[in-house]
Write a protein of this length. Sequence first.
Length: 275
Amino acid sequence: MLKKLLKYDWKSVSLLLLILHGILLVYTLIGRLGIAFGISTPADTLVSSVTTVYGIAAGLYILVYVLFIFAIVVSTYVYLAIRFQKNLFSDEGYLTHTLPVSPAKLIWSKMLVAWAWIAIDLVCVTASVFLLVLFKETSGPIGDLFHEFIAIFTGGYGTQNQIFTIILILSMLAQLFGFYTTLALFSMCLGSLFKTHKILGAIVSFFGINIVFSLISTILMFVVPAWSPVTYETSALTGSQQDGLSLCYLVLYLVCSVIFFLGSRYILSKKLNLE
């Protein structure tokens, strides 16, 4: 049954997201052609007015491109949350809840589809950026940065830097795929408990929990000496303390993800009488 849920959830969200990412690809290709034209055309062959217009157009394009990238990332996350909210807690949800599946499978189906599209979104955005900026003239510096990152990741700059980089990457992945995904589902479940304005309740729950989490993190930063920003500023933070700090955030994101998952399952099973 989980496979059927995954198939249904995938089809219900993929069409619009495919269109949005296709538009991003087309817009990136337009920018690449413009940059290629500017690079291949000698500056002395362009009159001053043409050069000025080209510079303004390039600036506007970059501005729109950055905003478009931001919009794609945010809209992917928001659209997934909206679709899953409708699938679980709108009129469509009545049909969903008649299926012979457990709340855990409903949650896992939503999470797996969300993870897949978040991963696709990251790949598309990364590919778009490289497609836009990777030319013969820029391949050298970009290649140097890539090789430096690989060297750090594989221990070429010492074990301490390698451990810190791995923990930092895992922490970022846990935040993106674990914390925010489960928080969105948990917020929708909390919003469903509101008698009216369920979507507003979900939004308030999402930002409210985020604010509480930020306050707790801020308090801990000033209570725990190793987490204090003053320690960072004075460069007194040792390598082991950096690893400990990143590891604490990694564990914190994972623990919160488990709590949000269990909370979502509890609400679906007990409060909405799905079991």
